[in-house]
Design a protein around this ligand. Structure first.
Ligand code: AHM
Ligand code: MG
Length: 333
């Protein structure tokens, strides 16, 4: 059987589903190419001297790793010249990145977390790149922060690249979720996981239990029920996983089901959660919904939230539908 590469898959989507204008196809291919370069740097690790701290901080007050900075630069450089973007925004940059004046501007906005889970880099555990594509508002050629503040339901493409035992790119353009594995010999992403679906039934959850004392009551109640196991109200035993890399957790859920939570907590009462809405919550929520799961902030669908800031935080409950609906219902009661 002939292999379906990402390029062929995107061209076939463009022809059949009419979901993919050529400019958007080019943009996705460019992001994929950048992710190959990031994968290469991540794989080389200490051999290339890329581990450890960069000695700088980002806008969120987090210490940047060398690979955070490298991945951000790779994505900016790969995407600035192609003519499909009006602007970019990143977890690692305070303000939106303007496309340099010598390049043509396009119809889209690209948002990304260049290297999510970067506390895992130095210990050789999976990390990933998360990205989201929005349309730039009509007539805008110099987008400002306000132009990026669109609800996730307006995304036109979203995905992640997981740098794990295999490098995999998982993508949606609103027509289901498809997974591609990087073949290092040919340099191509090959369709290996067509039509990914979140299994409805699960016995697995992911949450950072060390924050338990800071959670709100509905989260305590829900997790308490899961921990009670077969003799508790849920009538079954649950297993727990916590990689501390959202990309790896979402990938596990897209593969074998489960529920992932990063709730609001009392450590910083002003923040609605730890994860960022525009380039973590939204793309992951759309992928999970496109795969038949659900994603809320405990109160409403993540994709319906109208953002007010570029680096806005969001509480996240995503995965198998029944579990997400249960914990969301507990927030309403
Ligand atoms: P980052 O974008 O700074 O890497 O932070 C996001 C990561 C997620 O990948 C992961 O789910 C979470 O932070 C882990 O947090 P914790 O340190 O509480 O385990
Ligand atoms: Mg992140």
């Amino acid at each position: 059987m002939s292999r379906i590469t990402l390029s062929r898959f995107l061209i076939e989507q463009q022809r059949s589903a009419n979901l993919l204008p050529a400019e958007l196809r080019f943009l996705i291919e460019t992001v994929a190419r950048a992710c190959k370069a990031i994968s290469h740097a991540v794989n080389k690790g200490a051999l290339a001297g890329v581990l450890g701290e960069a000695g700088t901080g980002n806008i969120q007050g987090e210490a940047q790793k060398k690979l955070d900075v490298i991945a951000n630069d790779v994505l900016l450089e790969a995407n600035e010249w192609g003519g499909s973007l009006a602007g970019m925004a990143s977890e690692e940059m305070d303000l939106p990145y303007a496309i340099p004046g010598q390049y043509p501007k396009g119809a889209y906005l690209l948002l990304f977390d260049p290297l999510d889970g970067s506390s895992n880099i130095d210990v050789n555990i999976s990390v990933g790149t998360i990205f989201s594509v929005l349309r730039c508002p009509d007539g805008v050629t110099e987008p400002t922060e306000a132009d990026f503040l669109q609800p996730g339901s307006r995304q036109v493409a979203a995905g992640y690249t997981l740098y794990g035992p295999q490098t995999m790119l998982v993508l949606t353009v609103g027509n289901g979720v498809n997974g591609f594995t990087l073949d290092r010999e040919t340099g191509s992403f090959v369709l290996t996981h067509p039509g990914m679906r979140v299994p409805a039934e699960t016995r697995e959850f992911a949450i950072n239990m060390s924050n338990q004392r800071h959670w709100e009551a509905p989260v305590r109640r829900y997790i308490g029920e899961l921990l009670a196991g077969a003799t508790g109200p849920r009538g079954k035993d649950y297993n727990m996983r916590w990689v501390a890399s959202m990309v790896a957790e979402v990938h596990r859920i897209l593969t074998r089901g489960g529920v992932f939570m990063y709730p609001k907590d009392a450590r910083d009462p002003k923040k609605p959660g730890k994860l960022r809405l525009l380039y973590e919550g939204n793309p992951m929520a759309w992928l999970i919904e496109q795969a038949g799961g659900a994603a809320t902030n405990g109160r409403e669908r993540i994709l319906d939230i109208v953002p007010t800031e570029l680096h806005e935080r969001v509480a996240v409950f995503l995965g198998s539908k029944e579990e997400v609906e249960t914990v969301t219902r507990y927030h309403a009661e």
